[in-house]
Design a protein around this ligand. Sequence first.
Ligand code: SDX
Length: 458
Amino acid sequence: MKDHAATAVGLSRWRAPQGIQTTTQDGTRRMAGAAKLVYDGQELELPIIEGTENERAIDIGKLRGTTGLITVDEGFVNTGSCKSGVTFLDGEQGILRYRGYPIEDLAEKSTFLEVAYLLIYGELPTKEQYEDFQHSITVHTMIHEDLKRLYDGYPKDSHPMSILSSMIVTLSGYYTDSSDPLIPMHREISMARLLAKTPTIAAYSYKKSIGQPFVYPRNNLSYIGNFMNMMFSVPATDYEVDPVIERALDTLLILHADHEQNCSTSTVRLVGSSRANLYATIASGVCALWGPLHGGANQAVIEMLSRVHEDGGDAKKYIELAKDKNSTFRLMGFGHRVYKNFDPRARIIKKACDDVLKKMGVHDPLLEIAKKLEEAALEDEYFVERKLYPNVDFYSGIIYRAIGIPTDMFTVMFALGRMPGWIAQWKEMIENPGTRIGRPRQVYNGATERRYQDIGKR
Ligand code: SDX
């Protein structure tokens, strides 16, 4: 198939007369020119569309219908699954913007809840809008008492991501009267409940693991302060929310809030396209995020740094191991499918590491090891050639550790941050009248037709 296709198919870009473009309803521009596909004596013009940041794509919507051909692209390295206005990334420039606002601005000046509003509704809220949004979340932070009893059924050392995903999908059993994705009011209340209850569910999974009583949410605390109180307070003593930690966590959640069509968000879009309810859809995103190549990397980074530390802290030894194709060791927290220069979030988190640990008076040898590994990798041809740089997961665990969050809760923190991004991307998809159920094609490479043989004749 590959050889045949290679000779018969030629893709050339027909030089378009510049400047003639038509803007379509979804904000993309239809370029005047087209890509011309030549196959088996046929010529097919494939339209070129251009996004608002001048990214261009070939629209292959008519490809199979006119040529019988499909495209194959393992890992979707070259394939766009949708048009979206939520988040823009430029991997070469290290640019990340939520609804047009640079991540650096939002991390410095905004709050996680305000960023959640921005991602979901597309604009920064007015004071009144923000207060309404905040209230709609605050009044939903408790979970049903029956749901709390489900925690008794989990083994003590269950991974909190398994609890988070199952508790989220179980929420759909409590709200059967308001989880139709096609009804706007149901969408609004489901989004608010998810943003409100996820921190409670997460904190309870931690309390369960350490045998401490669950702490009810407190409406007089901020979103992050309430989470900290549910995580760290105990009935026997008073608990004060440390503003330094509160701000650090708020910033970390902002940095994790969305990241265009990553693995878990693409999962959310695919599951949501079947019109499953939002709880089931988000639970699928939690499961995808859990993988060590994705959100699970922040836990894997700390486990890796601890291994290097226990083994004497020899960064060079582990850089060599990461390059060795016979070793399964990878430099976790390094590399990215899109960022081929630097991950702007990693830069912000690395600086926050120094600030937070200094303010807390914490010295963590793992931070020094992380810096040594980064330094060694950025001077090594293997990493430079493959454009492997620290990603969002490389330093985030250092801060979580300093705050007292256990390693197996790190990916749960990522999920708390990513919640508004998943919701925003789902909302954009479900409200798009052009959305169809996601159903990729394949190239079959299995057995051709054959007749059934009785077992005695096999
Ligand atoms: C996140 O997509 C997103 O936006 C994700 C995310 C988000 O916000 O949603 O940014 C969050 O998931 C960040 C990534 C966290 N994962 C890790 O840190 C795990 C370690 N990194 C990798 O496994 C890898 O870099 C990926 C998964 C991040 C990217 O995988 P790709 O794009 O499929 O790249 P690849 O595995 O094909 O690697 C290309 C080459 C290979 O070498 P060659 O076969 O060409 O010789 O680079 C090598 C890989 O072996 N390589 C690494 C490496 N990452 C890639 N070698 C050593 N250590 C690494 N970390």
